[in-house]
Ligand binder design. Structure first.
Ligand code: EPU
Length: 433
C-alpha cells in the first residue's frame, strides 16, 4: 500500500501552480458527450477521478483523445449505449452527471448509483425531482438510476435546499429539453457557472448561472467547442492553508481570487497575511493562528471541502475555536487521526468540532478516509514534530494532481513510498534528517 511519509517542521516557501477544477471537469466531461461534434477541453486536471470518468465515457462509445497531460478531445458521435454500469461508474460521484447528459441527448439513461467519498448519506432525491419535473420517468432499479422520457419539456424547478450536483445535472438535461426551464434556489458554486459557460460555448442557452435563478432555453442540438476549465478553488485553498499552517510564505498561482474570498477572510481573521493579485494569492504566516469560529455553507460561504483544513490549522491556535459542518453529516472522520497527533478536538452532535489549540502536534501513523480529510492529514504532518505517515493516499490522489511533488517543490519533506519498502523509508529518513 502506498503512503506518504512526512517530516514536519519545515515552512512551505515558494510558488505553486494550481490545476484545473476537478468538480467542474466532471460536469464538463459529461456535458461534452452531448454533441456529436468534437470538443477540446484544456486545463483538465490529471487526477484519478477524471481518468475514471474518461474511462466510463469511452465504455459508452465516446472517443477520447488525450492530446497532452492537461488537454483532451472528446467526440460523442459513436456513443452506442445509454447504460453505464461498470465498476468505474460506482467509484466516483461525478458519474451521476451522465444521467443528465444522456437523458438530455438520447431521452434515456441507465447509470449505476454513484460512489465517491463517504462523507454522509448523499441522497440524489433532488436530481430525481428535477428530471421528473422535465417529464422523465425516473426509477432506481437493480442499483441503477433509470431515467426515460418520450419528451423532455422545460419546467420550473424549486430546490428547497441548494445542491451543486442536482443543479448541474438538471441544467445538463434541460439544455436539450423543449422550451424554458427555470431552476430556483440553484447552487451558485463556481463550477456550476463553469459547466454553464461550457454548455453555452456548445450552443446552449443558459442565463443566470452563479445566481439563485438559472433560466435555460432548450436547444435541439449542441455543437463542438474549445474550452478551458477554471482553476481548482479547493486545491488553491488547500495550499493556502498549508502555507499558513507551516508558517510559510507561498505564492499560489493560477487562481481566481474571488473564488477564494471565504478562505482569505478566515485566514486574515486568524492573523495570516494574504495578498491578492489578479490571478494569484500570496499567503504569509509567522505565528500561531488566533482562534475563530467557522460554519460551512453553500458558496459564497465557507466551503465544506475546506472544513478539514480549517480545523487542522486551528489545532495550533492560541485559544478555543468552533468549526460547524452544515452540509455533510459525516465529515469529521479525520479528527480521530488528528488527536493521535496530539490535537485537542471534541466533536459534539457529529457536526461541531470544538478545538482547543495546543502548542505542538507530534508525528504519528494516520489514515486518510476521504479526499479532503486526507489532504488535511498531510497538512498536519507538515505542522508536526517528527515523522508522520499518512496511509490510504489513493483517496488524496483522486482529487489532487501531483500532490507530493507540488509540496516538495515548496520545500516540504514528503515522499510517497510503498509501506513494505523499508529501504525507501530509510532512504527518506536519511535524506531529511
Ligand atoms: N443532497 C440531498 N439530495 C440530493 C442532493 C444533495 O439531500 O439530491 C444533500 C447532500 O447530502 C448534502 C447537500 O445536499 O448534504 C449538498 O450536496 P451537493 O449536491 O451540493 O453536493 P454534491 O454534488 O454531492 C459536490 C462536490 C463535493 C462538494 C459538494 C459541496 C462533486 C463531484 N462533488 O458534491 O466535493 O463537497 O458539492 O460543495 O462535485 C470533493 O471534491 O471532495 C467533494 C466531496
Amino acid at each position: 500500500m502506498e503512503q506518504y511519509i512526512i517530516k514536519g517542521g519545515k515552512p512551505l516557501v515558494g510558488e505553486v501552480t494550481i490545476s484545473g477544477y476537478k468538480n467542474a471537469a466532471l460536469g464538463i466531461i459529461a456535458a461534452a458527450i452531448m454533441t456529436d461534434e468534437t470538443v477540446k477541453i484544456e486545463n483538465v486536471p490529471d487526477i484519478r477521478d477524471i481518468e475514471i470518468l474518461l474511462n466510463v465515457i469511452e465504455e459508452l462509445g465516446a472517443k477520447v483523445e488525450r492530446v497532452n497531460k492537461h488537454t483532451i478531445k472528446i467526440n460523442g458521435s459513436k456513443i452506442n449505449t445509454v447504460i453505464a454500469d461498470s465498476d468505474y461508474v460506482r467509484k466516483i460521484r461525478g458519474s451521476y452527471y451522465l444521467v443528465g447528459a444522456l437523458l438530455g441527448k438520447y431521452r434515456e439513461a441507465q447509470v449505476a448509483l454513484p460512489g465517491g467519498c463517504n462523507i454522509g448519506s448523499r441522497p440524489i432525491d433532488r436530481h430525481i425531482k428535477g428530471f421528473a419535473a422535465l417529464g422523465a420517468d425516473v426509477k432506481i432499479e437493480h442499483g441503477l438510476i433509470c431515467a426515460r422520457a418520450d419528451k423532455l419539456v422545460g419546467n420550473s424547478i424549486y430546490f428547497d435546499e441548494s445542491s451543486v450536483g442536482a443543479t448541474i445535472n438538471v441544467m445538463l438535461a434541460a439544455c436539450m429539453a423543449e422550451g424554458q426551464t427555470i431552476i430556483e434556489n440553484a447552487a451558485k458554486e463556481p463550477h456550476v457557472v463553469d459547466v454553464a459557460n461550457f454548455l453555452n460555448s456548445m450552443g446552449a442557452n443558459i442565463k443566470g448561472a452563479g445566481t439563485d435563478v438559472i433560466r435555460i432555453k432548450g436547444v435541439s442540438k449542441l455543437h463542438g467547442s474549445e474550452y478551458t476549465i477554471i482553476p481548482d478553488q479547493i486545491e488553491a485553498g488547500t495550499f493556502m492553508f498549508a502555507a499558513a499552517a507551516s508558517l510559510g510564505d507561498v505564492l499560489v498561482r493560477n487562481v481566481i481570487p474571488k473564488h477564494l474570498e471565504a478562505f482569505t477572510a478566515k485566514l486574515l481573521e486568524v492573523g495570516v497575511r494574504v495578498i491578492e493579485y489578479d490571478d494569484a494569492v500570496r499567503v504569509i504566516a509567522d505565528k500561531r493562528p488566533n482562534s475563530t469560529q467557522v460554519k460551512t455553507l453553500p458558496y459564497p460561504g465557507f466551503l465544506t471541502d475546506m472544513q478539514p483544513m480549517m480545523t487542522t490549522l486551528l489545532t495550533l491556535s492560541t485559544g478555543t475555536s468552533i468549526v460547524t459542518e452544515s452540509i455533510f453529516e459525516n465529515r469529521f472522520k479525520y479528527v480521530d487521526e488528528l488527536t493521535k497527533m496530539g490535537a485537542s478536538i471534541k466533536v459534539v452532535e457529529s457536526n461541531t468540532a470544538i478545538i482547543t489549540g495546543v502548542e505542538r502536534l507530534t508525528g504519528a501513523i494516520v489514515s486518510a478516509s476521504d479526499l479532503r480529510g486526507g489532504a488535511a492529514l498531510v497538512m498536519a504532518g507538515l505542522m508536526a514534530e517528527g515523522y508522520t505517515v499518512v496511509e490510504n493516499v489513493e483517496y488524496i490522489e483522486r482529487g489532487y494532481e501531483d500532490f507530493e511533488r507540488k509540496m516538495q517543490k515548496l520545500g516540504a519533506a514528503i515522499s510517497k513510498v510503498d509501506s513494505k519498502d523499508t529501504k525507501a523509508i530509510k532512504k527518506f529518513k536519511l535524506k531529511v534528517s
